[in-house]
Design a protein around this ligand. Sequence first.
Ligand code: UFG
Length: 325
Amino acid sequence: MKLLVIGGAGYIGSATAQLLIEAGHDVVVMDNLTMGHREAVPDGAAFAKADLLDAADTLGVLKKHLPDGVLHFAASSLVGESMKDPGKYFRNNVCGAVNLMEAMRETGTRLIIFSSTAATYGEPKEMPITEHTPTLPTNPYGESKLMIEKILGWYHAIHGIRWVALRYFNACGALEGRGEDHDPETHLIPLLLLTALGKRKQFTVFGDDYPTPDGTCIRDYIHIRDLARAHILALDEKALGAYNLGTTTGNSVKEVLESAKRVIGRPIPHTMGARRPGDPPSLVADHARITRELGWEPECSTLDEIIGSAWAWHSSHPDGYVKKH
Ligand code: UFG
């Protein structure tokens, strides 16, 4: 298929673009490069620098390439920032998505695969989370993603555009030569590994007084290779609506720290700190729907595989993507 990957210069988008190319698809990456890296766009993909907030530019990219489908990864995605600047999240995420859907409608593009999030659920009490768990976001980031899912549902009902929203749990790990490079970096695994490399002085565990077995937060860590593969399965005509994308295994911050020390064989200076506001104690996916309907199973999402691959990336790219001049 001919596929437009929006946000394909970012961490998850570029990994998916690479796997799509390997699977024989024809890929065009569109990115505004505010967070993404031109160097991360895979060889073999065409590239268009454009911003979803520019409706005319977005329509121009769709008109030029006339893709069979769009994979939409581009978004502002920091929970904490969204609590300080909600307007940025509603504008970038929701307005950007509306511009995209209008451009898809005008060009007759039939499919969108959208990067959604476990943050649409808020802080559910019962684990694991199924797609029937009520969606009650507790921050503008999660709310913006849920609003977009609803918008996609209406474009399907009214204009017949098929939509798939993959609700990611904690994306992590790396492909060869392709990993996390965020500024600022806020995610657990890169922060642990950058501390091991001496790029950060010390790692802080955000709270050890949660109602979990060891007192630290539990998350469902999923390797980006497994995550990216799900997008390829979602191209299937029968995929429709929202699917959880996690492994059904929860790990605590302390378990991730222990696994990192073991896998890389280095100490990681760390300290216990206060809770980070807004962190739910536990978020673990039930992925039965995507397994039943699309045959997806996690294949490389053990903590050791995730951390081993992330370590290969960070230790060979301690400064992330280095600009090509
Ligand atoms: N953590 C620390 N210290 C740090 C950084 C993180 O202890 O320096 C802990 C957090 O408290 C949390 C866990 O590590 O318990 C994971 O934190 P991340 O920031 O890596 O990921 P989050 O679970 O907060 O966020 C992820 C995605 C968001 C999404 C959210 C809910 O990055 O986009 O899951 O789905 F909104």
